[in-house]
Design a protein around this ligand. Sequence first.
Ligand SMILES: [Zn+2]
Length: 309
Amino acid sequence: MATAVYFHEDCLKHVTPAGHPEQVARLEYIARALEGVSALDRREAPGCSDADILLCHPQSHLDAITAAEPASGSIALDGDTHMSPGSVMAARRAVGANVAAVDAVLGGEVGNAFVATRPPGHHAEQKTPMGFCLFGNVAIAAKHAMERHGLSRVTIVDFDVHHGNGTQALLWDEPRAQFFSSHQSPLWPGSGHPNETGGHNNIWNHPLAPHSTGVEMRKLYEREIFPAIDRFQPELILISAGFDAHADDPLAQLNWQVEDFVWLTQELCKLANRHCQGRVVSTLEGGYDLRALAASVAAHVEVLMENAQ
Ligand SMILES: [Zn+2]
């Protein structure tokens, strides 16, 4: 079977201020990197329903984000998180693509999927947009898989260099979800201590020291994370795929290389092959060096394609 890639031009209409790392060019670089890959099943990211967003956020948050969109220019929700005309539609397509990707993978239309949308989602908490994120895209995908497809074991692996505080908050009391975050510590947002374990021992936080490399990352995943996934026996694996642990990234100090993302993707696909017919939905989070981001995403998607069954 094929690997689906979800994208929409509307995700280029969420415009951040000049010099902001979470910029339109990120998706343009990714689109170019995937341009020549003919075997991909390219799909338009659909918009989402209000009900999709309400799987994880209260109506007041949806209303506040909708009302905050400016008619022109840009507004700051906090020091990092901005909205422009078009931001709400971009954010709704990021959610909608995640929901659609889960439907396509669980429905057997495609082997696995990569969601190339923005804004990212893993820092958005129930009522708080944060860290470039408006809605919790991947947490919503997990809830969608559980509430509407009846899954009882969904694993989420967040290898973005920053702690996935939003996904953690949204799935804190969700025993059907197992959430892993590996992240540099110390680093913004400062959360993600190993003693944050969720309401059901379902949250696993794994800090990595600044300047550590793929060697430390591989040891950590082999020792701690893969065995826990094996024990859980997931029916679906979701990946919060941030590529800002790359050595060239300007926002953090880990020293992963493209081959480290390849290795990690391969191992996660092996786990999915073992437990859930290869069902993986991977979603773009961070990654701010444009060249490293494009190369890492292209390599990540190639591994997904090799494993689409
Ligand atoms: Zn990040």
